[in-house]
Design a protein around this ligand. Structure first.
Ligand code: GLU
Length: 490
């Protein structure tokens, strides 16, 4: 039997990183298996909060992350429709079946009454479960509630004295005592199914055989197993992923910072880096590797390697992972992705001449190793944009005051004016020649040289700064620093 999994988001907001992680693990699981299928199902039964814009936003973000699916509202498939809002007839049919089997009943308790009873139970130190009081209403009582015009919901009769056990792919054996739950609602007062009912009917009809979802659904699973039994179907294999936590180990929420994929997308993180980082939240390959391309993840992903304990979302770590992906990209690709940010920051304007592109790529090559996401590029490139930089840092001014700096930079300027080949080798050869001639080495050599070219004590490799600036600007910078900041010594 081939694997059929699904991702079932509710379109009530942008794609949360936790949901993206759920989508990712389902996608990896489907793609890992030959003939594995991923189904995208839109759970839009909450009519007030669900919107088409959010649905499209979820689809766009999933695609941006590089995921694809075999069946869904946008691609069709044999088990559609794939929006719950379009499946009402199906839910009605199954609800009727349960009614005929007398597994469900009408409950006329109002929200207000339920609330009061819940509060009273809590005050008395009892679990706030529904007390099943409408389970055995007589026909007269039902008629009288109807005459009063009370709205009814349909509740499922939870068996008494049963313990539900299932083998969770992440947590091992899980047990639930049915006596701790009240009869639960499967059809709401507005005539629509509850989440519990629609999810089971859909998973059954869509032939889902593995449900990989967040741990927040763990306590729903016994209800879902009971509903499977009630419709005479086999439940899928469940796997509940650990919660994603903030740095304080509380469940990740907006107060921890950016929590939607869209926000990281807008910052210019490459999608494969986001995928890589999300994959590590609750899964590990059981060796020390952490940097993966999506295709590597597909080949090594296994639900046997999922972890039980909560996974902390650490933006710093995501940045590090992303930097590893950035290093692998060629400057042309980085530049293409960063162009909108560069234009917005007014660092460049389109169209670029071939010469400008070439120069920009060289700048990118120089700063690439310090990049975590594309939109950092405008700031990182500042270094190359302004030849008339100011040096204000006391430590830098100290360096330039040293006696050996004037003769060093004079020689440096001379050698740069003679140098035309900007290969690493030739630049290093030029440095060696200056060191030999002046006898100045180590940081006495490199710090003034770096300051004369960039105005900063730290930054990109100096050999990469040469091609990024070109001879004319190199000389302009060196001579300007000599004139403005170096005490005339020779
Ligand atoms: N629609 C549910 C949610 O967004 C997912 C249901 C499930 O995975 O079973 O949390």
């Amino acid at each position: 039997m081939s694997v059929r999994v699904r991702f079932a988001p509710s379109p009530t907001g942008y794609l949360h990183v936790g949901n993206a992680r759920t989508a990712l693990f389902n996608w990896l699981y489907a793609r890992h298996h030959q003939d594995g299928k991923l189904i995208l199902r839109i759970e839009d039964t909450d009519k007030e909060r669900s919107t088409k814009e959010f649905e499209q936003g979820l689809i766009d973000d999933l695609k941006w992350l590089g995921m694809d699916w075999d069946e869904g509202p946008d691609v069709g498939g044999e088990h559609g429709p794939y929006r719950q809002s379009e499946r009402d007839d199906t839910y009605q049919t199954y609800q009727k079946q349960l009614q005929e089997k007398e597994l469900v009943y009408r409950c006329f308790c109002s929200q207000e009454e339920l609330k009061q009873r819940r509060e009273a139970a809590l005050a008395a130190g009892k679990p706030p479960k529904y007390d099943n009081r409408c389970r055995d209403l007589s026909n007269e009582q039902i008629a009288s509630f109807e005459t009063e015009g009370r709205v009814c919901v349909w509740r499922f009769k939870v068996p008494v004295g049963r313990v539900i056990t299932f083998d969770d792919a992440v947590r091992g054996e899980v047990r639930f005592d049915c006596d701790t739950m009240g009869d639960f609602v499967i059809f709401k007062g507005d005539g629509g199914p509850t989440f519990h009912f629609s999810v089971v009917i859909d998973d059954h009809l869509m032939q889902i055989n593995h449900v990989i979802r967040g741990e927040d659904h763990l306590s729903n699973t016994p209800k879902h197993i009971l509903l499977y039994e009630a419709i005479g179907a086999e439940p899928p294999k469940y796997g509940h992923l650990p919660l994603i936590l903030g740095s304080d180990r509380a469940p990740l929420s907006k107060r921890h910072g950016k929590t939607s994929v869209r926000q990281y997308r807008e910052m210019g993180y490459p999608p494969e880096a986001v995928i890589n980082y999300l994959s590590l939240l609750g899964w590990s390959p059981k060796d020390n590797r952490e940097v993966f391309k999506p295709e590597d993840l597909i080949s090594i992903f296994s639900i046997d390697n999922l972890n039980k304990s909560g996974a902390v979302f650490d933006v710093e770590k995501m940045g590090w992972i992303s930097a590893q992906h950035m290093k692998e990209k060629n400057p042309k690709e980085i530049l293409e992705h960063a162009m909108p940010a560069l234009i917005e920051a007014k660092k460049v304007s389109e169209p670029l001449s071939a010469e400008e592109s070439d120069r920009l790529e060289k700048m990118v090559a120089a700063v690439r190793s310090g990049l975590r996401y594309y939109n950092q590029l405008p700031e990182q490139m500042d270094l190359f944009m302004n030849d008339e930089f100011e040096i204000a840092e006391a430590e830098a001014l100290e360096v330039l005051k040293q006696e050996h700096v004037a003769p060093l930079l004079k020689e440096f300027s001379q050698k740069v004016s003679e140098l035309d080949d900007y290969s690493n080798e030739s630049i290093k050869g030029c440095f060696k020649a200056i060191q030999k001639e002046t006898g100045i080495k180590g940081k006495n050599f490199f710090l003034p040289v770096r300051l004369s070219l960039t105005g900063q004590l730290h930054g990109p490799e100096i050999v990469d700064v040469f091609p990024a600036l070109g001879k004319e600007r190199l000389l302009k910078r060196i001579d300007r620093v000599r004139n403005l900041y170096v005490e005339a010594g020779t």
